[in-house]
Ligand binder design. Structure first.
Ligand code: AHR
Length: 500
């Protein structure tokens, strides 16, 4: 098979937003406890954080981390997690039917975030709580001093405010599973009044209103429209959440999951802009794709939550294979291509729970297959995202109709001159020879590095016993001749080529 693409530095979509490479730490399963935090582990530091996980989070290239949930946040009392650890209450977490010990709260997480060198995206509870509690946690974390809650933070040993800039106004309140689920009308009013109150405390916060939990929600589109009718002037983002999995062995549709992500983004941009037009507003609402990943959700939905209330139970510890990594790489291509409107995104989640990093309590940490496309994209996507239109063969999918075999995006960094092409080949049988027209850059580019994630066995995965079964491989069939490059994309693969 063959395909063609032309890259041109003048055809810029938008700058790469570093926040595209966000992740998510929820108090759920073993993400926090025995994930990022495990005092007593041989590799734990003085604060109880696993240094092996910290090193992997840095290698992954994560820039921002959403915290503390997720469904968890809709029943969370933030104040349970501050002050002397021995006085913190144990509580039921209704979302995941487990026990929260509150050994980690915002002060511990902020310490971890500093060590990991990531920005915090903080989610407030608008499920069981409201405007006052959002203001309270804001006062605790961001108010400098001289008030009850800022002084409480200082008494707890944190003199300077954290200066958290980006805040989620609740989580998935469109979902009937959410504690405190709301109608769009109820949520729109609450989001708007919470946003107004937070802005009175700190005008330049960046605020994210909850959008749809997936594109198959019955209220998809109408939810965003109603919520934004109420909150347009006082929020900056609307959130999107999407998880993908292979259904009934339909690998072809699964490999084309990014078609749904493209559709999701285009639909919500159109919806937000339509509200803006009705309100005669010049302002644009951006998208925060703050939960996305491959998740074998139907397996989870078919298995009941455990009867017993446990601390840090093993919940949704999906093991990822090669096909999953190709889809994750493709979802990043989709996010990058929409960088003009998707300026924040979080892969859900970071450790153990549907995660690129896995750990064993007391034991090792390792990289899942999906770690690789994320880490390479975060490291190499710099400068501007370029418009990319691939001339590609197509194939028929049961779920999305006709889909492209090759999907790609490219970035160009004017500071270094680097041109980076990210591409997937969704064909299940054959490689694709991709011809890249670089005439827009003139001659002189050479291949600096080229990697692919592929395997004869698309079901191959990394495990504790075989943690490096799947890794990146160098691409050998890549060359530049004058202003034209050629790269061979193996069947079912995600690849990246950096030219300099
Ligand atoms: O990431 C797992 C869960 O998925 C989150 O808690 C929730 O927001 C979503 O439904």
């Amino acid at each position: 098979l063959s395909a063609r693409v032309a890259l041109n530095p003048a055809r810029v979509v938008a700058p790469v937003s570093r926040r595209t490479f966000g992740s998510f730490v929820e108090h759920m399963g073993r993400c926090v406890y025995t994930g990022i935090y495990e005092p007593g582990h041989p590799l734990a530091d003085e604060d109880g954080f696993r240094t092996d996980v910290l090193a992997l989070a840095r290698e992954l290239g994560v820039t921002m981390v959403r915290y503390p949930g997720g469904n968890f946040v809709s029943g969370y009392r933030w104040e349970d997690g501050v002050g002397p650890v021995e006085n913190r209450p144990r509580r039921r977490d209704l979302a995941w039917r487990s026990i929260e010990t509150n050994q980690v709260g915002i002060d511990e997480f902020a310490k971890w975030a500093e060590k990991a060198d990531v920005e915090i995206m903080y989610a407030v509870n608008l499920g069981t709580r409201g405007v006052q509690e959002a203001l309270d946690v804001h006062e605790y974390v961001n108010h400098p001093e001289g008030t009850e809650l800022s002084e409480r933070r200082r008494a707890n040993g944190v003199e300077k405010p954290y200066g958290i800039k980006i805040w989620c106004l609740g989580n998935e309140l469109d979902g009937p599973w959410q504690t405190g689920h709301k109608t769009p009308e109820e949520y729109g009013l609450l989001a708007a009044s919470t946003a107004r109150a937070l802005r009175s405390a700190e005008p330049d916060l960046e605020l994210v209103a909850c959008g749809s939990s997936s594109s198959v929600m019955p209220t998809f589109g109408t939810w965003e429209s109603t919520v934004l009718e109420h909150a347009y002037d006082v929020v900056d983002y609307v959130s999107c959440h999407a998880y993908y999995e292979e259904h009934d062995g339909d690998l072809g549709s699964f490999l084309a999951s990014a078609v749904d992500m493209d559709h999701f983004v285009n639909s919500i941009v159109a919806t937000a802009d339509a509200v803006g037009a009705r309100l005669k507003s010049k302002k644009k609402i951006n998208l925060s794709f703050d939960e996305w990943n491959v998740w074998y959700l139907s397996r989870f939905q078919n298995a009941p939550l455990p009867d017993e209330w446990k601390v840090a139970p093993r919940v949704i510890e999906d093991q990822y294979n090669v096909a999953d990594a190709v889809v994750v790489g493709n979802l990043l291509i989709s996010l990058l291509r929409h960088s003009d409107r998707v300026t924040a995104a979080c892969q859900a989640q970071l450790v153990n729970v549907i995660a690129p990093i896995m750990t064993e309590p007391g034991g090792p940490a390792w990289r899942q297959t999906i770690f690789y496309p994320f880490s390479r994209t975060a490291a190499l996507a710099k400068g501007d995202v370029l418009e990319v239109a691939v001339e590609t063969p197509t194939y028929e999918t049961a779920k999305y109709g006709v889909a492209d075999v090759v999907d790609a995006v490219a970035t160009h960094d004017p500071a270094t001159g680097d041109v980076v092409l990210f591409a997937v080949n969704r064909d299940q049988e054959q490689p694709v020879e991709l011809a890249v027209d670089l005439s827009g850059f003139g001659a002189g580019l050479t291949v600096a590095e080229a990697w692919t994630l592929t395997d004869d066995d698309v079901r191959a995965a990394n495990t504790m016993d075989d943690p490096e079964r799947v890794t990146l491989r160098p691409i050998t069939e890549v060359s530049v001749d004058g202003d034209a490059a050629t790269v061979v994309l193996p069947r079912i693969s995600w690849s990246v080529v950096r030219l300099t």
